[in-house]
Design a protein around this ligand. Structure first.
Ligand code: PLP
Length: 413
């Protein structure tokens, strides 16, 4: 499609979209557009019944026998098995557990202690804060280690024999820039370092080939594109070839080789289970499992192509309709370099975002000045993109954002 885009063009794309029927499986606002699935995925329609079944029939009726009878105990691995194909990994390399922050801490410490002669964790300034905080906490506890941050384009050149771990986020939470996983992983390996990727803004939206790219370690969120619900369990990946070499700094009983032998000494389980800590949050796991089932039979190539197309059309429509309102594209224009969200810088981004939400278009604000729109390819339609840009045009044209009621900052932005 060249030239000016029209609503009919976008409707035609929806008609041809092989994923279009998936939208009906989610609960979405009847008269609005939800473009924040990169922050909190929408509710799959089947999830309330799945959670109710777990609560009513499993917990409520079968009580503790459910650990075996409904295989609650196997949930971290079972869900890991559902996540694995979405990230190009083997089922034996992935478990669902804890939070992304906790999983970062576990894997940073594991990578550092496995390489005592290498004191440096290397990352980028402006990485997601929890990643930096977890690394700061880990190096502080381990002693004689440092977190070094250099701009992402200088990372490859900064890796040397002192580097134990390169820690990067695959799709940046603000800019949406997608890093070249293969090239960064190869650069780390060339100097004997390990690499840890945060896939929070990638899994469920962009193509990931962890095994093919020889990735060592990874973590990611369950509540964004994986649709697991607020505070859903996260996931972690450890390549099969590394599992016996690495040890969790939080050796809880669920990571023990025989938790119900109740031994005094920790003996790590074989394989990925050694990275578990405590009892799985079963209700949260049930919601995440339901969310993951929405990816059953999905053509991942179509999913990834749609994610790129939605963001690209948003940028084109912004050029077409919102030029002259002071927005500056803060994401890569090229689809291959972008994840599934697009951000624009604007000095009034906060009130603009609130005014949009008041008109039913839900994106979010990232300080200091970004308006961020996420395109969850399972349920966002092409026509949604049109509505979002038209609404933004109206908000800007009418200066609807310029009101005190939109300036009060909420705790969560
Ligand atoms: C890149 C990235 N990592 C980690 C997190 C959050 O981790 P947690 O689930 O532990 O709060 C986020 C949350 O938005 C994120 O964007």
């Amino acid at each position: 499609m060249s030239g000016q885009l029209t609503l009919d063009d976008l409707r035609a794309l929806d008609e041809r979209d092989p994923l279009a029927s998936r939208r009906a499986r989610f609960r979405l606002p009847a008269d609005g557009v939800y473009l924040d699935g990169n922050s909190l995925g929408a509710l799959p329609r089947r999830t309330p019944a799945a959670v109710a079944d777990l609560v009513e029939n499993q917990w409520g009726r079968d009580l503790i026998s459910s650990w075996n009878g409904h295989d609650w105990i196997g949930m971290p691995q079972r869900l890991g098995g559902l996540i694995a194909p979405l990230i190009g990994a083997r089922a034996s390399e992935v478990i669902a557990c804890d939070t992304t922050s906790t999983n970062l801490f576990k894997l940073i410490c594991a990578a550092m202690t496995a390489q005592p002669g290498r004191p440096v964790v290397l990352s980028e300034p402006g990485n997601f804060p929890t990643n930096l905080y977890m690394a700061q906490g880990a190096v502080g506890l381990l002693g004689d280690r440092v977190l070094r941050t250099v701009p992402v384009d200088e990372i490859a050149g900064a890796i040397d024999e002192s580097t134990a771990l390169v820690m990067l986020t695959h799709v940046h939470y603000k800019s949406g820039r997608k890093l070249d996983m293969k090239a960064f992983t190869a650069a780390a390996h060339a100097k004997g370092a390990l690499i840890l990727w945060d896939l929070s803004h990638s899994a469920g939206a962009v193509p990931l080939w962890l095994d093919r790219n020889d990735v060592d370690l990874a973590v990611g969120c369950g509540y964004k594109y994986l649709n697991g619900g607020p505070g859903a369990p996260a996931f972690l990946f450890v390549a099969d070839r590394l599992q016996e070499r690495l040890h969790s700094p939080l050796p809880g009983w669920m990571g023990h080789d025989a938790p119900f032998a109740f031994e005094d000494e920790f003996r790590p389980s074989a394989g990925i289970l050694r990275f578990l800590c405590g009892t799985p949050s079963v209700i949260g796991m049930a919601a995440l499992e339901s969310g993951l089932k929405e990816f059953d039979d999905v053509d991942l190539d179509a999913l990834h192509a749609k994610a790129t197309a939605l963001g690209g059309l948003f940028i084109r429509l912004m050029d077409q309709r919102c030029d002259g309102f002071g927005f500056e594209l803060a994401s890569p224009r090229r689809g291959e370099s972008r994840g599934s969200h697009v951000s624009y810088a604007h000095p009034e981004a906060y009130p603009i975002c609130q005014a949009l939400i008041a008109r039913g278009v839900v994106g979010d604000f990232r300080a200091p000045d970004l308006l961020r729109m996420g395109f969850a390819p399972l349920y966002t339609s092409y026509a949604d993109v049109w509505v979002a840009v038209e609404t933004l045009h109206a908000v800007m044209h009418e200066r609807a954002w310029d009101s005190d009621m939109f300036r009060t900052r909420a705790r969560v932005t």
